[in-house]
Design a protein around this ligand. Structure first.
Ligand code: FAD
Length: 353
C-alpha cells in the first residue's frame, strides 16, 4: 500500500532530525525513514574513544542545547547518541527506524519513495543520508595483493583488536590522526602513520568553535559579495584534541609519506625499502550516500548532485542536507546543520503553498 505525506525525510541522523524540527515548525506532515534500527545516526557506529572536537554547548541542534558530559570538555560519541535519542523523543519526531530507502522516483506531480517496508507518495523529499555508509578507499597499487586485514575508519573500534600487531594507518585528516593516536597511546600496537602530504595541525587552542566561526565568516563574506576568506581549510586539517596532543607531544605521532605500493606482506616505500604489516586501516574519507536518488538522474560528472543551497538544481522538490559544505557551510556538523535545515524546510513549505 502506498502511504501519503507532504514530505519524506530520508535519513534520521542529526541532519534528518534537524529537518524534522523545522518541518514541524512549518506545520507540515512528514515522516523520517532511517535505515538504522536505533537513533543516533552514524555516531552509534564510531570508535570507542572518539570525542567531539567542540564542547557540548557548541555541538547543539536547533531548539535544544546539548547538555555537558560529566568530566569531559569534549563529549564522546555515546553522549551524542544519548542527545540525539532524547532530541528525537522530546520533539516527538516521526522516525521509522529499520527502514532502508531504495529509490526516489518521479511520479507526475509527486515523488515516490520506495523503501524495503513500503512506498510513500510525497510532495517533497529531503535527503539526509550522510556519508558513513559510503567509505572511500583509494586505488593504491597492490591493494588486492596484501594478505593482511584491511579496514576502513568505519570498521575500527579499539586498540584491543590489534594488540601485538603491526598496523599502518593511512590518512592525514582527523580520523586518521585520532586513530593513529589511539593505537599509539595504547602501547600494545606497533603503529606506522602514513599521509599523502605532511600533516597540518591546527594551533592547540583552536577547536571546532573556531572552525565554525571561520565557516560562518566565510558564508557572510560570500553572501555580501566580499572576497572569499578561505574558510577552515586555510587554518589546517587536524584539530589537536587532547589524545592527539598527548600522542604528538610524546613523539608518538610522526607521519611518513605515503608508501609506493602494497605487497603481500606489507608495503614498499618510495626509496624501495619494505616493511611488514598485519593490518591496514584506511582513514581515507567518505562519499555522499546518494544511490537512492539515482532514478532522478541528477548527478554531474563528479558524482555530485548540484544544488543551490540545499535545493537540487534539477529537481526543486528535492533537498540535500548534511553531506558536506556543498549543501551549506558546516552543514555536516552538529552545530552547522540547523541553518540549512531551516532554509530547506522554509523552501519546501513555500513550494507546497
Ligand atoms: P549520519 O549521522 O550518517 O546519519 C545518516 C542516517 O541516514 C543514518 O542513520 C543512516 O542509517 C541513514 N541512511 C543512510 N542511507 C539511508 C537510506 N538509503 N535509507 C534510509 N536511511 C538511510 N561533527 C561535529 O559537529 N563535531 C565533531 O566533533 C565531529 N566529529 C566527527 C568525527 C568523525 C570520525 C566523523 C566521520 C564525522 C564527524 N563529524 C563531526 C561530522 C558529522 O557531524 C557526522 O558525520 C554526522 O554523523 C553527520 O550527520 P548526518 O545526519 O548528516 O549523517
Amino acid at each position: 500500500m502506498t502511504q501519503q505525506t507532504d514530505v519524506v525525510v530520508v535519513g534520521g541522523g542529526q541532519a534528518g532530525l534537524a529537518a524534522g524540527y523545522h518541518l514541524r515548525r512549518q506545520g507540515l506532515d512528514f515522516v523520517i525513514l532511517d535505515a538504522d534500527p536505533a537513533p543516533g545516526g552514524s555516531w552509534q557506529h564510531m570508535w570507542d574513544s572518539l570525542h567531539l572536537f567542540s564542547p557540548a554547548e557548541h555541538s547543539s541542534l536547533p531548539g535544544r542545547l546539548m547538555p555537558a558530559q560529566a568530566g569531559e570538555t569534549y563529549p564522546d560519541a555515546g553522549h551524542v547518541v544519548d542527545y540525539l535519542t532524547d532530541y528525537q523523543k522530546r520533539y516527538d519526531l516521526p522516525v521509522q527506524h529499520g527502514t532502508h530507502v531504495e529509490a526516489v522516483r518521479r511520479d507526475g506531480e509527486r515523488l515516490l519513495v520506495d523503501a524495503d517496508t513500503g512506498t510513500w507518495r510525497a510532495q517533497a523529499v529531503i535527503s539526509a543520508t550522510g556519508t558513513w555508509s559510503r567509505p572511500f578507499l583509494p586505488a593504491v597499487p597492490g591493494r588486492s595483493t596484501f594478505a593482511g586485514r584491511q579496514l576502513h575508519t568505519v570498521n575500527y573500534r579499539s586498540p584491543a583488536d590489534f594488540a601485538g600487531q603491526r598496523v599502518i594507518v593511512v590518512g592525514g585528516g582527523n580520523s586518521g590522526t585520532q586513530i593513529a593516536a589511539d593505537l599509539a597511546l595504547d602501547g600494545r600496537v606497533e603503529v606506522t602513520w602514513a599521509t599523502q602530504r605532511p600533516p597540518r595541525f591546527l594551533a592547540d587552542d583552536i577547536d571546532g568553535r573556531a572552525l565554525f566561526d571561520v565557516a560562518t565568516a566565510r558564508r557572510r563574506a560570500l553572501e555580501e559579495g566580499r572576497t572569499d576568506t578561505g574558510g577552515v581549510a586555510s587554518l589546517g586539517d587536524i584539530v589537536a584534541v587532547p589524545p592527539v596532543r598527548a600522542a604528538r607531544d610524546a613523539g608518538l605521532l610522526s607521519a611518513k609519506p605515503l608508501f609506493a605500493q602494497l605487497t603481500a606482506t606489507g608495503f614498499r616505500w618510495a626509496d624501495g625499502s619494505q616493511s611488514d604489516a598485519d593490518a591496514i586501516i584506511w582513514c581515507t574519507g567518505f562519499r555522499p550516500a546518494l544511490a537512492h536518488l539515482a532514478p532522478l538522474n541528477l548527478r554531474d560528472a563528479r558524482g555530485h548532485i548540484p544544488t543551490d543551497g540545499t535545493r537540487a538544481l534539477g529537481e526543486p522538490r528535492l533537498h540535500l542536507l548534511g553531506y558536506g559544505d556543498w549543501t551549506g557551510p558546516a552543514s555536516a556538523t552538529l552545530i552547522g546543520v540547523g541553518r540549512p535545515a531551516r532554509d530547506a524546510a522554509r523552501q519546501v513549505a513555500e513550494l507546497l503553498r
